[in-house]
Design a binder for this molecule. Structure first.
Ligand SMILES: [Zn+2]
Length: 154
């Protein structure tokens, strides 16, 4: 999974994400991924998710699009960094328009710096889950993001 572009809009941040190969598009294609993401971010299990099947995210997690998981990881990191849990995210795709494996993830934000930092950290978490990088130190990094918010507010 690769982040191609990040655009800050007044009400949300848009992230264009690319996934290589049909077999890499779903969480179910990566053995153990659902369990490993919950070890890093246990509170993901409680996420609400507006998916067509109406499934809770804890179930959805086992078999969904990799960029949809990325969206939830971004929202969770933002929440851990102090953003309200009422903020929403969305993952859409139109392969005919954008090309195969290209997804558009949109996340609402309260603090743009915290949002951009959360996207970067979520990307590191995904790279780790997909076997391409060491695990980031989520606790330390979210604490750093939280302190960014305090600085901006003072
Ligand atoms: Zn969702």
């Amino acid at each position: 999974m690769k982040v191609h572009a990040v655009t800050v809009c007044p009400d949300r941040v848009d992230v264009v994400v690319g996934v290589d190969g049909a077999q890499m598009m779903r969480t179910s294609s990566v053995p153990g991924l659902a369990e490993r993401v919950l070890e890093i971010l246990p509170t993901l299990e409680k996420h609400l998710c507006d998916n067509p099947a109406g499934r809770p995210f804890a179930e959805e997690l086992a078999d969904t699009e990799i960029p949809h998981l990325f969206e939830h990881v971004v929202m969770e990191i933002m929440a851990l960094a102090g953003s309200p849990r009422t903020l929403r995210g969305q993952t859409r795709w139109d392969f005919r328009r954008d090309g195969r494996g290209v997804f558009r993830v949109s996340v609402e934000y309260d603090d743009d710096l915290v949002c951009l930092g959360s996207i970067k950290l979520a990307d590191q978490v995904m790279q780790h889950l997909l076997g391409a990088a060491e695990a980031p130190d989520v606790a330390t990094e979210t604490a750093r993001l939280r302190s960014l918010r305090k600085l901006a507010a003072s």
